[in-house]
Design a protein around this ligand. Sequence first.
Ligand SMILES: Cc1ncc(COP(=O)(O)O)c(C=O)c1O
Length: 390
Amino acid sequence: MTVLPPLPFRVFANPRAGTPGTVVLTEAGFRRARAEITSWPGYAPTPLLDLPWVAEAAGVASVQIKDEGGRFGLGSFKALGGAYAVEQVLIGYLARRGLELTANAADLTGGRYAEATRQVTVTCATDGNHGRSVAWGAQRFGCRCVIYVHETVSQGRVDAIARYGAEVRRVPGTYDDAVRAAAAEAEAKGWFVVSDTSWPGYTSIPVDVMQGYRLMADEAVEQWSGGAPTHAFVQGGVGGVAAAVSVQLRARYSPAPALVVVEPDRAACLLASAETGVPTAIAGDLNTLMAGLACGEPSLLAWQELERATAAFMAVPDDAAVACMKLMFAHGAIIGESGVAGLAGLLLAAADPAAREALGLTTDSRVLLFGTEGATDQALFNRLVHGRGA
Ligand SMILES: Cc1ncc(COP(=O)(O)O)c(C=O)c1O
């Protein structure tokens, strides 16, 4: 039974899958992230939903999706990463100033070092969700925050960031241009860049961001019911969340599920990197509805994990994402446009005999998906799903 119309997509089986590589995220680092984040007020695991109708449509044994829409009231899994990295920036700052060597979240939220942390400014570029997390973390842990967005980030997303007291600056160009603008201003002013992407010489803060993301996959493993997943489909922007999922699934399962990374066809920089064999930036305006995935350059660290741990890369069109949002909504779940790419990849591949074969999907497959956001821009969600509003 097909539930998606036939839409064009690409699959690239990764020739380097399974080769040895660098340890990008340590286990000790994850234990620390998990201990901190689960201690934050309001922490609760997000649900893992069973999707028997997707399993039936895809001709596989089972499909379960982690629904991140309720994460800390921020609407996406990103709440785990940026805010945790802000906490670590402030803890490091207090230690370097000799004020406190082992501060934790409670020290910061309790205001013990508020006078010192107020001197700190954190900044980043965002398409919405990461900036919301950094702004929320800055408010929660007590420092100043300036967020850069590119021209096509919706006003709804900007307002959601500003609500946490951050100053939001809009710059021309794409997400990658906003990354460069934030980095330049931080360099000039002595601010801390809390980026969700990494580049040569800038890796320690993105490591904390990705360690935070791992908690999403860790919870999913705890909640998973039935035989271990055989496949995990996860969407890719710069690759950070896919890499975090990959590391965590490899840490928890042996053999690890086959990881399929799914990107918008207009911003498939990870697929391009797999094809060339080196991290590859792609040209173009990256104009996809899947705003959170509109990234043209892979994160260096994420790539180091994904280049050897990803079974296959896929690129899917915007129409598939919209169709999946509608399908999920019709079945009672609210997943936003950047959160459904993995589902779109599964449904498109499952209906295509060659892709099915390339990914090793069979009637015995058990598939884990990540609905990485809810309706993070309600007006856009209404327009895409209900065909109304701005
Ligand atoms: C909802 C959502 N899903 C997935 C991603 C992709 O994450 P990454 O850029 O780490 O690959 C993003 C990034 O902003 C996002 O907002």
